[in-house]
Design a protein around this ligand. Structure first.
Ligand code: G16
Length: 545
């Protein structure tokens, strides 16, 4: 076939470095940008096949999100805007690692296995973040699409959730919104303005938000969006990319892991602030109090605020819909305890990666899912949306129920249900705080986090660590889980687990306990156990204090 000849020809222009093996990780391939050209070309090929198979538009986002500037990566987006399915992740890994001369064979195997009709049209949307490597890497994706005769649309610089939104809009014939960045701003900002319009006593302080854009794409897009907010939200934008480096001592990951404010930002006591990550799919909030103490409100606090708000509205609306919160092992023990015991909400735990949380959240009428790192959103089942819509239009219900239904309807419209989205989450949180007349300090006191610490350990091959029970227990290497269990016993209210990262070449260590000193000591001791039992490289981990 002429198409295959073209693939062969083009593939030779995007050669794979000899011996390089990469796995499809937590959210696609991710490593130093210099090693990714062939991966991008091949993901262009794969997205074209996926489009032919699903008879729908597929998305390819070039970004390494929270990783350092010199890394890059790729995320594949399925027709409804969700992450690509797990069986296609396997195809992706095979295609990515095929030797140059085997690319066609692997491609043909996928075509045969998936019974793809090669005469079916294909359509692929491509987007990229602000990394300097993203321009040529996204061109490699476009080359892959055209080599197989697919159509593509290059959205250029967009946030990851914006591209998810575009794909969903395109495949639902505009029912979810218009597949343009303007359409995105219009949809979410209008819903925000509707939600906040009757919050009459909102002060200027409440309308003002300090934002750290991580020197990335989120900053550019917030600038673009500002006029749509009609001054109902006034954002002071810091780390907008004009000076600092992407994710360097700033951004949601830095703030969450380091538990301190980003550099390049002056925070007044009590001021409400938030940070986006490098591709604006994560957000965390924070403030400093009058004594200068830093307070972090992470994904768990957001999940709690949002689920409380939704539960109250559902009760007021008299709608019997099942709501659940989906978390990962990183969720602070206090948040799970509060949700289960005070809020009486069903809580489920999954492996790290929004792709896992998203699927579990789909099992409920209203599924609120958040990773502690600030990656999350809310999913409403079709039936739940219909019930809310019917009630909002019903002329025979009392004012209280009607008001709740209208608020719920606008809440649905402010949420990007395709994936966790820092911009949409920010608008949702700001609207909830405005409606509840709540300050960030009041939100913070809903429950008190258990002190915790996250560390990274470098090992020769992080795949020697295998986990079970939603990553809460290590199965290999031998003796590691036993060592962790013994260390945890030394501390009060303690918990710890380890897992190989799916986005960085490290093992992540998490520990929590009744005091910060204990959490730090436990995290360090568990890091040492990982270093010794899982083949640590470089210097032994040092104590934090
Ligand atoms: C990605 C995933 C998140 C995950 C994070 C860290 O985020 O989308 O679900 O929590 O990686 O994963 P890991 O601990 O496996 O490195 P992002 O924002 O970097 O795309």
């Amino acid at each position: 076939m002429a198409q295959f000849q073209e693939v062969l020809k083009q593939s030779a222009l995007h050669p794979k470095p000899a011996g390089l093996v990469l796995q499809y990780g937590t959210s696609g391939f991710r490593t130093n940008a210099k090693q990714l050209d062939h991966i991008m070309f091949r993901m262009g090929l794969l997205a074209t096949l996926r489009s032919k198979k699903t008879k729908a538009t597929i998305g390819v986002m070039v970004t390494a999100s929270h990783n350092p500037e010199e890394d890059n990566g790729v995320k594949l987006i399925d027709p409804m805007g969700e992450m690509v399915t797990q069986d296609w992740e396997e195809h992706a890994t095979q295609l990515a690692n095929a030797d140059q001369e085997d690319v066609l064979t692997v491609l043909k195997n996928i075509i045969e296995k998936e019974a793809i009709n090669m005469s079916q049209e294909a359509n692929v949307f491509v987007g990229k973040d602000t990394r300097s490597s993203s321009a040529s890497l996204s061109q490699a994706v476009l080359d892959g699409v055209s080599a197989l005769g697919g159509h593509s649309k290059d959205y250029g610089l967009v946030t990851t959730p914006q591209l998810h939104y575009m794909v969903c809009c395109q495949n639902t014939q505009g029912k979810y919104g218009e597949a343009t960045v303007e359409g995105y701003y219009t949809k979410f900002c209008q819903a925000f303005i509707q939600l906040t319009k009757n919050t009459s006593n909102r002060t200027d302080d409440q309308k003002h938000l300090c934002l750290d854009g991580a020197n990335g794409i989120g900053a550019l897009k917030v600038r673009e969006m500002e006029s749509h907010l009609k001054k109902e939200l006034q954002i002071s934008l810091n780390n907008d990319g004009s000076k600092g480096r992407l994710n360097h001592q700033c951004g949601a990951d830095y703030v969450k892991v380091q538990q301190k404010p980003p550099t390049g930002i002056k925070i007044n006591p009590g001021e409400r602030c938030c940070s986006f990550d490098g591709d604006a799919d994560r957000i965390v909030y924070y403030y400093t109090d009058s004594e200068g103490t830093f307070h972090l409100l992470d994904g768990d606090k957001m999940a709690t605020l949002i689920s409380t708000f939704l539960k109250e509205l559902l009760t007021q609306a008299g709608l019997d819909l099942k709501i659940a919160v989906v978390q990962t092992a990183y969720a602070n023990g206090s948040s799970t305890h509060y949700l289960e015991n005070t809020m009486k909400v069903l809580v489920r735990c999954t492996k790290t990666g929004v792709k896992h949380l998203h699927h579990v959240a789909q099992e409920f009428d209203v599924g609120v899912y958040f990773e502690a790192n600030g990656h999350g959103t809310v999913l409403f089942s079709k039936a739940a949306e219909e019930k809310i819509q019917q009630l909002a239009e019903d002329t025979n219900v009392n004012d209280k129920r009607k008001k709740a239904a209208l608020l719920l309807r606008n809440t649905i419209n402010v949420i990007n249900q395709t994936v966790g989205d820092a911009i949409s989450d920010m608008l949702l949180i700001e609207a909830i705080l405005a409606i509840k007349g709540m300050t960030i300090q009041q939100w913070d006191t809903i429950y008190t986090d258990l002190p915790n610490r996250q560390l990274k350990v470098k090992v020769a091959d992080r795949r020697v660590i295998d986990t079970t029970d939603a990553e809460r227990r290590a199965v290999t290497p031998a003796g590691l889980q036993e060592a962790i269990d013994n260390l945890v016993k030394k501390y009060r209210q303690a918990r710890s687990f380890v897992r190989p990262s799916g986005t960085e070449d490290v093992v992540r260590v998490y520990a929590e306990a009744d005091t910060q000193e204990s959490a730090d000591a436990l995290a360090h001791e568990v890091s040492l156990a990982v270093y010794r039992l899982a083949g640590g490289v470089g210097d032994e981990p040092k104590p934090l204090h």
